[in-house]
Design a binder for this molecule. Structure first.
Ligand code: WT7
Length: 653
């Protein structure tokens, strides 16, 4: 499909309707952007006022990208509480407004509408439960929950008492959960009996038990009663959250936190080693996510806003929970999947709840596009006003379908480029200001200074292609890698001195629009989720029959990229198909379903340089079925391995 047929769509001009509705038109964008980079203290000093501060800040920006002393601080002498900004301060005006609409996996189960008053009450009770379990300011709490309102309560309850949450996506395995619990030494896990997705149940509590057995750090498991399914129970360690919350006081004064106190840790894959704990802090993060949520999605009072991500990913943190709730918005949380009970589910939910702003990922759009237009045409979608995309470059076919079929040419598409590390959207159209070019994330948001560098680190001026770097800090950027500041500095600030390296390749066109071309490091983007090839490889070599493994990405019609693994077996093991399945299941169990390889190829030898370095470039080409053009192979230690790999390639088109 997509990668064969390359075509370019015409730009879409900002319509009068979009301009009229939006906060920001192009003149305003240009003027404010100029101010934001020339005088960040004035710009962000003003913008910081969108929050309620306990003690106002006097200093706005204090940061350097210098290697190895990179340090980022925003609003550093201000104090605030993030949970109070997302709940308490809305009570005067919107206590009875819906904060969260919860749409369950099963369309027959009634939806829930949680008002700001109820949200506040639940957050305070849960915060008091945490306190009663001994959780204090600065302690880490692991959250392993499905997409239910309790996930938002748990996040905000941690923020209320100054505890640092670490959410682990419910699709991750017990081993992955244990590794993350271990890394941040979290004594408490909040989970539920089970999760539900696409009609199937996910054994979250059983997984949490297995992780607790493995890690040894876990003292308490707080369990949300969700499906009512039978679960194992350890007396003295496990606590039913509904019972504890019913007994807890609904009064919990928010802790006074410094702007730079950590709000959460979120683990994400890099090109090497175990996932790293990305640390985001309180003040700058909330200012930036609140501001971007308002302007990028053009959120106004009365809108119903739906981001289809999971709270286990950064998109869920910033644009289901923190940004929207800081703005007093109505945010929809969906427990299910796009194609259950059928491929019209998203659009039925849009109609049911009158969703006006809809934010999803290209992989979902492609999957639904493949199911055919009938699933869309049977719904109205007339409430929709704006569409968003995130997670990977959106291909022109998917963009066109999203624009024409879903939005009926009425809705602008904001293609938002950002990362777990950036905390919020950095490159994006603004609906009332930016002419859209399908496939381009377009222009930087306020305060963001992107640039392109070549492999030597020289700046590329004007139109061109290179590695995407950011030249100066913005309020919501990550502050460190949890427990490993050196890894932070080395990962992001060592490649190009004085600049933040994104890991993405990018093209800039004649209008200074940015076109992300994908990762340039050993990170694979599977359905908009990041997977380190190193993680897949270490899972494979942990199997007793595997001696060596190499994983690479390849273009995949629905997922964007798929995972292709080359596996060398231990001497005496047989290359049989049942072993391929065993290895696939093995990786799935070790990491989680998103890491399951699409192709496994047995390889008696891997292409290596004479110094023993695996030549991934060659492996990528063969995985892409582009073996005709392998480039320079003169440094190969043993050229014969390549022909064997080509003959036995798995991804033939
Ligand atoms: C990587 C970050 C933060 C959102 C979810 C993913 C890719 C993200 C886009 C986009 C092209 C995109 C980049 C980036 N990416 N959005 N609109 N266009 N590429 O967060 O897991 O931290 O992954 O996703 O490659 O580096 P993440």
């Amino acid at each position: 499909m997509s990668e064969h047929k390359v075509y370019k769509l015409d730009p879409v001009e900002v319509s009068d309707a979009w301009k009229e509705h939006a906060y920001i038109d192009n003149d305003k964008y240009l003027a404010l952007y100029k101010e934001s980079v020339e005088d960040p203290d004035t710009f962000w000093g003003r913008e910081g006022q969108r929050l309620d501060w306990i003690k106002p800040y006097t200093r706005v920006k204090n940061s350097t990208f210098a290697y190895p002393d990179a340090s980022i601080k925003w609003f550093e002498d201000g104090t605030l509480n993030v949970s109070a900004n997302c709940t308490d301060r809305h009570l005067a005006k919107r206590a009875d407004q819906t904060a969260i609409i919860w749409e369950p996996d099963d369309p027959e189960t009634p939806a829930q509408h949680i008002t700001y008053r109820e949200l506040h009450d639940n957050v305070c009770r849960l915060a008091n439960v945490l306190k009663a379990q001994g959780v204090k300011r600065g302690d880490r709490v692991t959250i392993y929950l499905p997409m239910i309102p309790a996930a938002a309560y748990a996040m905000l309850a941690c923020a209320r008492i100054g505890a640092i949450h670490s959410i682990v996506f419910g699709g991750f395995s017990p081993d992955s959960l244990a590794g993350r619990v271990e890394d941040c030494k979290s004594a408490v896990i909040i989970t539920s009996d089970e999760g539900r997705r696409g009609g199937r149940s996910v054994p979250l509590k059983a997984n949490a038990d297995a992780a607790a057995d493995k890690s040894g750090h876990v003292e308490k498991i707080l369990v949300v009663r969700h499906t009512g399914g039978d679960i194992p129970w350890t007396e003295g360690r496990d606590i039913w959250l509904d019972e504890a919350m019913a007994e807890a006081s609904p009064d919990c004064p928010p802790e006074e936190m410094n702007a730079e106190d950590p709000l959460f840790i979120l683990y994400t894959s890099g090109s090497t080693g175990a996932p790293k704990g990305v640390v985001h802090c309180s003040g700058g993060y909330l200012v930036y996510t609140s501001m971007t949520h308002q302007y990028v999605f053009d959120y106004h009072d009365g809108d119903v806003y739906w981001c289809t991500a999971d709270v286990g990913w950064v998109t869920g943190h910033s644009y289901i929970v923190y940004g929207p709730l800081a703005n007093g918005a109505t945010t929809l949380m969906f427990e299910g999947v796009p194609n259950y009970p059928d491929a019209s589910r998203f659009w039925q939910v849009v109609d049911k709840h009158n969703v006006s702003i809809f934010y999803t990922a290209p992989t979902a759009i492609r999957a639904l596009m493949g199911a055919g237009d009938d699933y869309v045409k049977s719904t109205s979608r007339k409430s929709l006003r704006l569409l968003g995309s995130v997670g990977e470059p959106i291909n022109p076919e998917a963009w066109e379908w999203y624009y024409h079929v879903i939005g009926e040419m009425r809705c602008p598409i904001v293609d938002t480029w950002w990362q777990t590390e950036t905390g919020g959207v950095l490159i994006t159209p603004l609906p009332g200001a930016t002419k859209l070019k399908p496939g381009s994330a377009t222009r930087p948001f306020f305060g963001v200074q992107p640039a392109l560098v070549d492999s030597e680190g020289s700046m590329i001026e004007g139109p061109g292609q290179g590695n995407l770097v950011i030249l100066d800090s913005w309020p919501s950027m990550m502050r460190t890698v949890y427990g490993d500041h050196k890894r932070f500095v080395d990962t992001y600030f060592s490649a190009y001195k004085g600049m933040y390296f994104t890991g993405d390749g990018c093209r800039r066109d004649e209008d200074d629009y940015y076109w992300i071309t994908g990762r340039v490091d050993d990170v694979i983007n599977v359905s908009g989720h990041r997977m380190g090839t190193a993680e897949v490889e270490s899972a494979l070599v942990a199997h007793p029959k595997v001696s060596e493994a190499a994983a690479v990405g390849f273009p995949h019609d629905i997922k964007g990229q798929g995972i292709y693994c080359y596996v060398t077996l231990m001497a005496g093991e047989h290359e049989i198909d049942t072993l391929k399945k065993e290895l696939r299941d093995w990786v799935r169990n070790e990491i989680g379903p998103i890491a399951a390889p699409d192709h496994i190829q047995f390889a008696p030898g891997l292409p290596k340089t004479r110094s023993g370095k695996i030549m991934r470039r060659i492996l990528r080409k063969i995985a892409e079925d582009e073996y005709g053009n392998l480039g320079d192979t003169s440094t190969l230690a043993d050229p014969t391995v390549v022909s064997h790999l080509i003959e036995n390639r798995q991804n033939r088109r």
